[in-house]
Design a protein around this ligand. Structure first.
Ligand SMILES: Cc1ncc(COP(=O)(O)O)c(C=O)c1O
Length: 458
């Protein structure tokens, strides 16, 4: 159609009211939560951009499929439908459902990773890293240099540094590298995509050393659409064909269906190796459940099966990537620098650039996140020295390399006017940026402190 406006490719069939709060109510909520946005109640937040995981809206087709879910303990019809969809998408033979992505990671690494091993990835997501380290192994990030610099523009900033991968295998020895992982898109690196060309190059290295390649496939569909838009020779292909080409290069994958499964819960582990699959299923029954439901209800399997199909719709993906880029453009127009180019699922505001008066030790990204909530009830998440600052033995703190606020966009949940509202809130905060002050931590846990720390304004 000859029109420029990219619209939400759905109409709204059921609504959920959002709750408006007064400035006084938000101030009281902040004080109660110790200025930690994880401590807010959902009903105190107007637009919640804390995460895109499990927070999306399901379609009427998904809800209808759920009504037809088969809750049979062993051999549920819903499992066989789920298995067919996953096999059709990935080409992988062994399909193991799990309750979410980290369960798939825990089981896979328990079977394949031993103390002293090294697992390369473009960038490990934090649960992936934690599950590898829990097995006594090292999780090594090998993203290309461009992927580490917020302002650098590159079409595939999530690519793995193939030379660094070769060097890692040479340095530690092939027998200490049980598998190579590539995360599509690269969440911890800003939701940046990985090209097919890069996946082929990684595959070639893995083949040379006979090392299995696994995808962390949470956002495979967003990655496929970035490839269609940006990779030479791919413009004429469907997102499904590109996704198949990505999976065809892998020996297995882990998946959180809370992202591109368009579901509120669910995940899976899939691979070709029947021996690894057998061991994984042996572990699955210990904690997740029988292999034909793996910690999910039959209706969840139906929701994921339908979601995996819907997510590859081209109109959906066009809207999805465009709406994230739209928020990034609006933030920049409001005078707030963002990580470039914007990723698929989130926009990252550069708090260090906006608030140079606040040193890293006073948590500028935390200050910006609090201000967005205070001004308009918008919740993002600090990705800076609160989350990644490293405490030294002498008690001092090493700041994180970047001070960012992530605004993650739930799928099919907010409309363009919600995003316009968020942009107005960002602009209002940017206007009074000189008056924003930092925070100090008054209470913190020994690890993952960002979830529960309490702060005091300076
Ligand atoms: C890249 C990536 N891998 C793994 C996970 C873990 O998935 P889950 O939250 O379903 O356990 C996430 C979740 O955010 C993710 O973004």
């Amino acid at each position: 159609m000859p029109f420029r406006t990219i619209i939400e490719p759905f109409r709204i069939h059921a609504t959920q009211a959002v709750t408006f709060t007064t400035p006084e109510q938000r101030e009281a909520a902040l004080e109660r939560a110790g200025y930690n946005l994880f401590g807010l109640h959902g009903d105190e937040v107007l637009i919640d951009l804390l995460t895109d995981s499990g927070t999306g809206a399901m379609s009427s087709r998904q809800w209808a499929a759920m009504m037809d879910g088969d809750e049979t303990y062993a051999g549920s019809r819903s499992f066989y439908r789920f298995q067919d969809v996953v096999r059709g998408l990935t080409g992988l033979k062994e399909v193991i459902p799990t309750h979410q992505g980290r369960a798939a990671e825990r089981i896979l690494f328990a079977v394949t990773v031993k103390p002293g091993h090294v697992v390369p990835n473009n960038t490990h997501f934090d649960t992936t890293r934690a599950n590898i380290e829990y097995c006594g192994a090292e999780a090594r990030d090998l993203v290309i240099a461009e992927g580490r610099v917020p302002a650098t523009r590159h079409p595939f900033k999530g690519n793995m540094d193939v030379a660094a991968l070769e060097a890692t295998i040479a340095q530690v020895g092939r027998e200490r590298v049980p598998l190579v992982m590539v995360t599509v898109t690269n969440n911890s690196g800003g939701g940046q995509p990985v090209s097919l060309e890069n996946l082929r190059a990684v595959r070639a290295v893995c083949d040379r050393h006979r090392i299995p390649l696994y995808l962390d496939a949470c956002r495979f569909a967003e990655n496929a659409y970035f490839i269609k838009l940006r990779e030479p020779g791919c413009a004429g292909q469907s997102p499904r064909a590109i996704a198949r080409a990505m999976f065809a290069l892998a020996d297995g994958c882990t998946m959180s269906a809370k992202k591109d499964g368009l579901a509120n819960i669910g995940g899976f582990l899939a691979m070709n190796d029947p021996d690894v699959a057998r061991e994984c299923r042996n572990l699955l029954v210990l904690t997740e459940g029988f292999p034909t439901y793996g910690g999910l209800a039959g209706y969840d399997l139906e929701a994921v099966a339908t979601g995996l199909d819907e997510v590859l719709d081209e109109e959906y993906l066009k809207y999805r990537l465009r709406s994230t880029a739209y928020l990034a453009e609006k933030a920049e127009q409001a005078g707030v620098p963002v990580v470039q180019p914007p990723g698929g699922h989130a926009v990252y505001l550069d708090a260090q650039a906006l608030l140079p008066q606040i040193p890293a030790a006073q948590y500028p990204a935390q200050a910006l996140a609090v201000e967005l909530y205070r001004a308009g009830g918008v919740r993002g998440v600090e990705i800076g020295s609160v989350m990644f600052g490293k405490r030294q033995p002498d008690g001092r703190e090493l700041p994180a390399p970047m001070e960012l606020v992530r605004l993650a966009v739930p799928r099919r949940t907010y409309t363009q006017s919600h995003v316009d509202y968020v942009a107005e809130v960002i602009a209002a905060v940017a206007e009074r940026k000189d008056r924003i002050r930092g925070y100090r931590i008054i209470e913190q846990a020994p690890w993952l402190r960002h979830f529960t720390a309490r702060f005091a304004p300076l």
